[in-house]
Each structure stands twice: as structure tokens, then as C-alpha cells.
Design a protein around this ligand. Sequence first.
Ligand SMILES: Cc1cc2nc3c(=O)[nH]c(=O)nc-3n(C[C@H](O)[C@H](O)[C@H](O)COP(=O)(O)OP(=O)(O)OC[C@H]3O[C@@H](n4cnc5c(N)ncnc54)[C@H](O)[C@@H]3O)c2cc1C
Length: 586
Amino acid sequence: MKQDTTTSPSPTPSTDAVQPAQAQGREDLKAWEASQPANIYLSDAHFKRLVPLYVTGEAVEKLEADLERFGAQVVSAVDPLVRENNLHQNLPRLERYSGIGERVEKIAHHPTYHEAGRYIYGSGVMSAYAEHPNAVGVLSRFYLSSYNGEAGHNCPLACTAGVIRVLQELAPDALREKYLPGFLNRDYDKHLEGAQFLTEVQGGSDVGQNGTRAERQPDGSYRIWGEKWFCSNIDADVFLMSARPDGAQDGTRGLGLFFVPRELDDGTVNNFTIRRLKDKLGTRSMASGECDFRGARAYHMGASEDGFKNMMTLVINTSRLFNAAGCMGLARRAYITARTYAAHRHAFGQPIINYPLVQETLANLKAEVDACTSGTLHLAWLSDRNERGQAGKDEQQFLRMALNLNKVRTAKSGRWACVEGIEILGGNGAIESFSPLPRLLRDAIVFENWEGTHNTLQMQIMRDMQKYGVHEGFFSYLENRLRDCRASDQTQVETVRDIIGKSKKSLASLATLPPGAATLAMRPQMDRLAWIFYAVTRLWERGQQENAAAVDDASVQQFIAHRLLGEVDYSDSAVLSRLRTLLQDI
Ligand SMILES: Cc1cc2nc3c(=O)[nH]c(=O)nc-3n(C[C@H](O)[C@H](O)[C@H](O)COP(=O)(O)OP(=O)(O)OC[C@H]3O[C@@H](n4cnc5c(N)ncnc54)[C@H](O)[C@@H]3O)c2cc1C
């Protein structure tokens, strides 16, 4: 019978009494909470080993000091702030008008949003671009920041990075001098932020259909007319936009890359209006909206015929690496949350981490996060080499193909890691107030979409293979890395060589298929190519390091068995002990 809330009977003593099992259950949960790492840099043995591999000299000490400080702040300060500003009642709001009725197109954020921003920008994540090229330094900080998912600021960081790169490479001196110092400022209360608006209502993958117009002015500047459908970090100080100069050809070739300040020199809004903010699945504390541009003042960046090329190389490729590091940050959080939970949660008389089924799930998570993090940092290092003009043809081809493969695979792995983590937490995994995993899963789903969907990136890779033969440089680069591995890893090296051989044959056979069938046959190859890339990177980096811990041996073996071979020989008694070894690290 349903109780009338006004006349509910007083509880009987038996329902009040705390049962020993319940008391123990709650103590276990408290112990789990208390066991979260206090510093996510110092507790990340794998990442800590990678940093000095890719950064040397004085720079490594400076970077490590920043990472150590930020690694503690991410946990103690940023995490609670981000949880708070992601609560429904604290999400950003559009404020179109000032108090006296002037159009301002501003976004009101909860105070905790700005507090989190002070720590995040204070880590040096954007100011590190002053030492260009420095993708490794920037993305190392960004990876730590992504422990809290998108955190309201991580999409803005990726967009800001694109603006910085454009200012550094393409902007006229006057614009660079006016804006760059603000973008590189570590002080959140004085810094500038960027945004990137390409997508229109008719579609984001087919950017060549963009209808936004750019009208040239007598002084060489432009005015932008049109609508953009997805505008993230809409309260940024500068927008980079794709638009078609009047008279330019159709398709992507006719697109220009425009620098659009939010405000005009007199402080008024630069002739745009925000229709509304989007009610999003994930990345909710960051404001994304829809915008109408009605003659916004704009400056074309770079040569007019290179608009799309510059957009891809400086803006989108930068964002794709950020996306990958972001996915690994949240995947690592999923692993830590689940690994620590499994150590404290009891079922059938023992901690669930004692069960091989749980161990294998966690071991696969750990091995994959290690592998994808290695791959992402390797690409950051290679893109720095490329910026310095040190990359040869193979390296350039490898980079072009691996950047896109890595975007797709890390995004899938990020979502997968959150789902696996939630599974280990059981019913508690589905509860928003219990752990950050539901929020991280929602962010991860968005990460799969923006900066290019899986299909779009696969199609781009296929075009690049057909047009430039990038797969040849891809394999050649990896085969060269395999020559530089440890003698003790030779069995794994041979396994990977064998799979590279099979993969080459599979790619060659695509040419014999009709185009539609070839796209389907390529889909499973996308994962296999990514797994090869990560396995080679893991084996190569071990060849450059003095000695590898047993945990690292187990991580590589587990990754190769689970992902590259796709099968495990369970009759091998070493399998269970490998799982246990791997889980010694959090
Ligand atoms: C929260 C959020 C924030 C965003 N912020 C921004 C932003 O700030 N700036 C910005 O420019 N964009 C932004 N986007 C947009 C995002 O980049 C696009 O959603 C994405 O590029 C895909 O475009 P679309 O949504 O129009 O999908 P479509 O292009 O319509 O694609 C729909 C489906 O068709 C598939 N498809 C398309 N072409 C092919 C093909 N040739 N072969 C096979 N399959 C194909 C796609 O993979 C996808 O599954 C944001 C998106 C989200 C979710």
C-alpha cells in the first residue's frame, strides 16, 4: 500500500539498525574514494616514462615540474569544480543584452567554471606554444587536464591552439602583435580564447557545401554573411571560420580561412547574433550555439587559394591530436576509477579484483590506454619534428595517415574505456553522483563526432592512399622503428611484422574491389592499422628506454594478444599471472 507522506508511520527499530554487511559495504566505498590518486601525473608510471623520451635537456625539467604541480591540482581543485559546474542548474546561459539593453551576446558561466579555468590555463597548456614547436609540452598538459573529461575548457583549448598556430604561421604582423600575446597568456583573467566554426546546417562532413559568404572590402578585409550551425566555445575572443569569398569556385577549393574578432575596435559586438545554445549530450559546461553572421568584420589568413589546406593542416590536424589526448585522459580516469573500485568492492566474500573476468577487463583497459597514449605522444613528437622541417617523406606520409587513424581509434577507445569502467562499477556506474564516469562517457561520445566522424576520416585515409600512396610511408616508417627494438622483445616484433605483411596484402586487395565494397573492406582494416601503429610504438619506445618494469612487459603482451592477435591462448598458465602483474600499477 502506498503511504500518505503526511501520515507515514515512524520507522520500526529493525529498519533503523545498520546491518554489519551494509556497514562494511559503505566502509568499502569510503576506502575506494580515499584510494584515488592524489597526483595523476606522479601516479601515471607509463606516462612519466614517456615524457623524458620525447623531451630532453632543460625543457624536460620545466615540463615535469609543471606536470607535477598540475597533476595534483587536477585532482584536488579542478575535479570538484568541474563536477559542480556540470550540474544541470549550473550550465552556461545565453545573455543577449546588457543591463541597459545593448546587444552583447555573452555567456554567463557558473563561478566554478572560471575557477577551473584559472588552474587549467595556469598549467601553461597554451603558454607552452611560445616555444613553438611544442606539441609534446602542450598535449602532455592537456592529457592531464582531460582526466576530468572535457571539463568545460578542453574544447576551447583545442580551438585556441588552432588560432595560435594560425597567428604564428599565417597572420600579418599587425594582427599577430595585437592578438598573440593574449592567446599565450597563462593568466586566465587576462588571456584570450579561440573558436572554430566550419559546420553548417546542411552538414559538417561535406565542408565543401559551406554557404557562408565573405564579401571583400576596399581595405582588403572582408565581411562575413551566413549561418553556422555548431559553434563551440561561442564566447571566445576570436573565431576562425570557413567562408566562401564572393566569386570563388565551388567545393573546398573555393573556401577561405577567416579570422573574426568577437568585438570590433569600439567594443561592440562584431555583427553576429547567437540564436540559441545547444542542449548537448556531453561537453555540457562548455557553451555551443548557433550563430548568424551579418557583415562581421573578418581577415583572410594566408593565400586565398590555400584556405582549406591551411584549415586542415594548422587547425583541424591540431584539433585531432588534442582530441586524441583528451580521449586518453578520460580513458585513464575510467581505468583508475574502475581499478580502485575493484580493489575495494566485495562480492561473494572477496574483492572483485580477485575474479579473472574482472582482471581481464581491467588489464585490457590498462594495456590499451598505455598503447594509445604512447601513440598519441609519438605523433605529437613527430609533428614537432615536421614543424622543424626534420621529417622525411616517409615520416610525413606516416604522420598524415596516422593522425587520422589515431583520431578515430582513440575516440572509440575513449568511449569503450568509459563503458568498461561503468561495467566494473555495476549499478553504481550508472549513477551521475557516484562517479564521473557517466559524464565522461557523454563527453567521449561527442569526441567521436567532432573533428571528423569515423566514416569521414576513413574516407580521407582512402583518398590519401589512392592519391599519395600514404600507406607506403606508413608501413615503411613502422618497419624502420621495428629495427630499433629490444632483443628481448623479438618474439613480439616478429608477430607484428607478420601482421604488417597481412595488412599490406589486405590493403592491396582493396584495389580489386568495386569502390563501395572497398569502403566496407577497409573498415576493419582501420582498427588493424591503428593496432599495428600502437604495437610498434610500444615496442620501439621500450627499445629506447633503459629498463622496462614487469608491468610494462605485461602491458605490451596483453595489448598484442587482445587487440593485434584478437585471441588469447587460455591454456597458457602465464595468462593469469600476466593479468595480475599488469594490475599492480594503477
Ligand atoms: C557538441 C558538438 C560541438 C560541436 N562544435 C563544433 C564547432 O565548434 N565547430 C564546428 O565547425 N563544428 C562543430 N561540431 C560539428 C561536428 O564537427 C559535426 O557534427 C561533424 O563534423 C559531423 O557533421 P554532421 O553532424 O553534419 O554530420 P553529417 O556530415 O551529416 O554526417 C552524418 C553521418 O553520415 C556519415 N557520412 C558523411 N559522409 C560520409 C561518407 N562519404 N561516407 C560514409 N559516411 C558518411 C557521417 O560519418 C555521419 O555518421 C560540433 C558537434 C558537436 C556534437
